[in-house]
Write a protein that binds this ligand. Structure first.
Ligand code: NI
Length: 183
């Protein structure tokens, strides 16, 4: 198991990817998707974070979050988001598969994949790439051919603000030199 080094920079913008356990498409359920977004708002408020962009896919979530000066350590808030969601989600689906012994030892449920992917935004260009990646993601994964047709992302907000032209599609070359993006 590799050692993870995380760098906690106050006020940094961080990209996160959270994946469901066994890639179960739990966010296809509208109520479950709304539950997650409500808890995301709750957590960002609690830690004075700002969610800059998001994209909710059936089996994973992409987030772009600005941290706060008082809570630069994002591990706790993200773990808390996953935990709160797991607790509430059980009400939707009481017949979840039982965790194996390793997962039980780590007090993990069968709702999320262990850990999460994160990347601290380096500069303006990196920020733009991640915004584009997140908003293009429903198309990338084949759920729609137009980012505007995907309800579960912050794309329409950015179109309204004039950040994207009406029929925006990204230059795909900008994504190739990056790391794995967590999904
Ligand atoms: Ni994705």
């Amino acid at each position: 198991m590799p050692t993870y080094h995380r760098f906690y920079i106050p006020d940094a913008i961080v990209a996160f990817t959270l994946v469901t356990y066994n890639r179960s498409p739990i966010f296809s359920n509208t109520q479950v998707a709304e539950l997650f977004l409500n808890l995301l708002t709750k957590i960002t408020n609690q830690f004075h974070y700002e969610c800059i962009a998001y994209s909710l896919l059936p089996d994973h979530v992409h987030l772009l979050i600005q941290l706060s000066l008082e809570n630069p350590n994002f591990s706790l808030p993200i773990r808390e988001l996953k935990r709160l969601f797991s607790v509430s989600y059980k009400k939707f689906n009481p017949l979840l598969p039982l965790p194996n012994s390793s997962r039980q030892k780590h007090h993990e449920t069968t709702i999320w994949q262990r850990r999460f992917w994160d990347h601290v935004i380096e500069d303006e260009r990196d920020l733009e790439r991640h915004l584009n990646y997140i908003h293009f993601n429903p198309v990338k994964h084949g759920f729609t051919d137009n980012p505007a047709h995907w309800h579960w992302s912050s794309y329409s907000y950015y179109v309204e603000k004039g950040y994207y032209p009406k029929d925006w599609l990204p230059d795909l070359n900008q994504f190739e030199d990056s790391d794995n993006w967590g999904e």
